[in-house]
Ligand binder design. Structure first.
Ligand code: C5P
Length: 235
């Protein structure tokens, strides 16, 4: 799968989601979209099937984290939805990630892209050291978890564009980096701490950028999406 822009559908219900998606009806490209916990928990798997049937690729961002057997079963349920990408927490450890791969794999051996969250971007070095009692530097932990994900057979990690090069250098250039924290110059940064624009994310080697509010809250979402595609996929 080539470089792409993934639009985060962070909406509370189906009505608001389709109101947004309908804006792209006459646009030549169906955006790759991300469905997270907010929408999935309110609308269930039906919304995934509906968006899929409209021709969109889907990243189902549910960040699974449980004992290996439970994660395997959960992934077996999710694999029937026909999503293109989904994820787990790398902190669930290697056996759990291997179980996720097993559960997600179809009878013919194919499966969606499976990626891991290393450390949440809301977790600072201070939180890691003082609350979680993880004494190593954050960057070392991120790289180590990415290697664990690779060794468990996963395809990539969610990370900051600023970490993409390091992860490609340390883990492998074909290991996907899926990067949120995208903003255009002059945008409201919101709760994201370290941000880059699509052009910079491309230069840094991101494979997929995840863009939420800069597109969903834009006065002209289609135009902003088009700008992301131009900068990240084409130029
Ligand atoms: O609105 P914004 O562009 O900040 O949205 C980014 C999306 O990426 C949100 O859906 C957020 O949950 C997700 N995300 C993130 N940072 C992570 C993992 C996921 O911002 N580390």
């Amino acid at each position: 799968m080539g470089k792409d822009v993934i639009v985060a559908l962070d909406f509370p219900n189906a009505e608001k989601t389709f109101e947004f998606i309908d804006k792209f009806e006459n646009f030549g490209r169906k955006p790759f979209v991300k469905i997270g916990m907010e929408l999935f928990y309110s609308e269930g798997s039906k919304i995934v099937r509906e968006i899929k049937s409209r021709g969109h690729k889907i990243f189902l961002d549910l960040k699974l984290h449980d004992i290996p057997n439970t994660v395997k079963g959960a992934m077996r349920s999710l694999r029937n939805l026909g999503v293109d990408m989904t994820n787990v927490h790398a902190s669930g450890a290697i056996e759990m990630m291997k179980a996720a791969v097993e559960g997600l794999t179809n009878d013919d051996g194919t499966r969606p892209i499976l990626i891991a969250v290393t450390q949440l971007t809301s977790t600072s070095q201070d939180i890691m050291t003082k609350e979680l009692l993880i004494s190593k530097p954050l960057e070392e932990v991120v790289i180590h978890y990415a290697r664990n994900a690779f060794n468990a057979g996963l395809n990539g990690v969610v990370c900051s564009p600023l970490e993409a090069k390091l992860i490609h250098d340390e883990v492998g250039k074909d290991f996907y980096t899926v990067t949120p924290g995208i903003r255009f110059r002059g945008d409201d940064v919101g709760d994201q701490a370290r941000v880059t624009d699509p052009k910079k994310a491309k230069e840094l080697g991101s494979d997929f950028i995840v863009v939420g509010r800069p597109i969903t809250k834009s006065l002209d979402p289609v135009k902003t999406y088009e700008k992301c595609i131009k900068e990240f996929c084409e130029e």
